[in-house]
Ligand binder design. Sequence first.
Ligand code: P6P
Length: 348
Amino acid sequence: MMYQHSWGPPPTMSSQGMTLDRHILERQRAIPGATGDFTGLFQQIALAAKIINSRVRQAGLAGILGLTGEKNVQGEEVQKLDAFAQNVIERSVEAGGHLCVMASEEADDVIPIPEKYPTGKYVLLFDPLDGSSNIDVDISIGTIFSIHRRVTVGRNGALADCLQRGSSQVAAGYVIYGSSTVLVYSTGDGVHGFTLDPSVGEFFLSHENIKIPARGKTFSVNEGNSQLWTPGLRRWAEAMKTPKPNADGSMSVNSARYVGSLVADFHRTLLKGGVFAYPADAKSPSGKLRLLYEAAPMAFICEAAGGSASDGTRRILDIQPAKLHERTPLYVGSRDDVAVVERYLREG
Ligand code: P6P
C-alpha cells in the first residue's frame, strides 16, 4: 500500500511505508538468536514518545486548559511536563519484562522494576524531557534514551548495570519535539530518523542512514559563559568568528547557532555538521550536561554517523561513570571540528 502523506506526493521508495516498528523488526530478524526483547522495549519507548508528544503539543494551551501543573478544571492535580514524561516512560516500559533496572535524570536513585512484573536483560537510562524550561517559550525540547545490557545477575538490576561506559550501549536515541516530532536512533550500525505522522500516530522513516559531514560551518556554544572559560577556549571561539579566505579570494564565515536545548542543538549539528560544545567553566568545573543520559547517548549516535564526541581530552564513550548523575564537558559533532576545539583546549 502506497503511503500517502496528506501534504503531497508519497515519500521516496526507501521510506515508503517504512515504519519504526518494521525497521526495528527487520533488523531483529538479521540478528541471529534475537529474542524480540529489544524490539519490544523499543516499541514501548516509541509509544511513550507518542504520548509525551501529545501532551507537549497541548502545553501551549496550559493556561487555558489548566494543564500548568496546578489544579485543572476538574480540580485534579496535573503534573508538570517533565514529571509527566518521567511517569509515562516508567509506566510504558516497566511491565514488558525487558528491563532489570532504569535510571533517569528526574530520579535521585536507580528505578527498580516493580515486584509484580518480570525483569529482563536490558537497562534503560533516560532524560524524559530535556530542556523542559524551554517549553514556556515554545522552543524545541526532547527525550533522550540509552540502552545497555545488564552486567549483574539475579532478578533485580543494580547501580552497576547503570554505571557502564558509553561504548557498551546497545542502542541510543532521542526524540525531538520541534516543528515536527522526529525519533532518531542507532544500534551502532547506522543512524536513522523517523518522523511522526500525527494523522495516523505512526513514526515513518524520513532520515535514512544519517551521516554527519566531516566539517561544518556552524559552532554552537553559550558564549554568555565565555568570561569563565580557559584562554584556549576563548581563542577557539574567536577563531570560529574569524572570516577565512577561500581559494577564489572570497571569504567564508561560520554561523553561530545556540538554541539552549541539547536535543535541538545536537539534531541540527548531526544533520548539518559543525560542533556543539558545553564546556567546563569556573561556574561548572565538570560541565553541566550529564554523562549517562545526555552526553553518552549523543556521543554514541554521533560516532555511528561518522562524527566524534569528547570531554575535551577523552572520548566520551570511553569514560567509566562513577556516579549516576555525573556531569561532563561535551564537544560533539563533525570529526574535524571537534579536533579543532580539542587542539585549542590543549593550549590551555
Ligand atoms: P545553558 C537545558 O536546560 C540543558 O540541560 C540542555 O538541554 C542545554 O543544552 C543546556 O541545558 C543549556 O544550558 O546554560 O546554555 O542554558
